[in-house]
Write a protein that binds this ligand. Structure first.
Ligand SMILES: [Zn+2]
Length: 86
């Protein structure tokens, strides 16, 4: 019989403060309701501020003007340039 892990409750580090929390804890994977609220608030804030400016800047980057190659192609050969002294 191998009771390794059954005897001591599995624990996980609190996502907010890193403190060991029993997996069976009421607030797991957080050590307390306070840490859970803090993490939720931070996560929500981060995703909210991250997703907004990125999409707008992405659109601006897509409006970049085309490279100069497309704007000024090489001049076509003209008969005058071929034999200027003839
Ligand atoms: Zn905590």
């Amino acid at each position: 019989m191998t009771g390794n892990g059954e005897n001591g409750q599995p624990s996980t580090p609190c996502r907010t403060c890193g403190k060991a929390v029993a997996a069976t804890s009421r607030h797991a994977p957080f050590c307390s309701k306070r840490c859970r609220d803090a993490d939720l608030g931070a996560w929500f804030n981060e995703s909210y501020t991250l997703s907004r400016p990125i999409t707008e800047e992405d659109d601006l980057d897509g409006l970049e003007p085309p490279p100069e190659e497309n704007i000024s192609p090489p001049p076509p050969e003209s008969p005058e340039d071929r034999d200027p002294w003839k």
